[in-house]
Design a protein around this ligand. Sequence first.
Ligand code: FES
Length: 88
Amino acid sequence: MVLVYPHNDNNSHLYVLGENMYVCLCHGVTDTQIRDAVMDGATRLRDVAQQLGVATDCGRCACCAHQLIKETLTELTAEAHSPFREVA
Ligand code: FES
């Protein structure tokens, strides 16, 4: 049996299953997949939609996906301008 439940009351279209937060239920796309797409060069919802199918059916995930893209781009920008670099 698989349990799927809303992530929070404000975003009822977000679902957590195990360690994955599903943003797009129509295409089974997680937040990690969206963040990875941005890390690989996607900068707009259109890019992520083409790669993963996000927001190409019912569209309920569009706002959350857009927010995730913005957050990830902000994180990448902050890392790029950080005076501290990760040392391997
Ligand atoms: S939830 Fe993403 S298109 Fe429907």
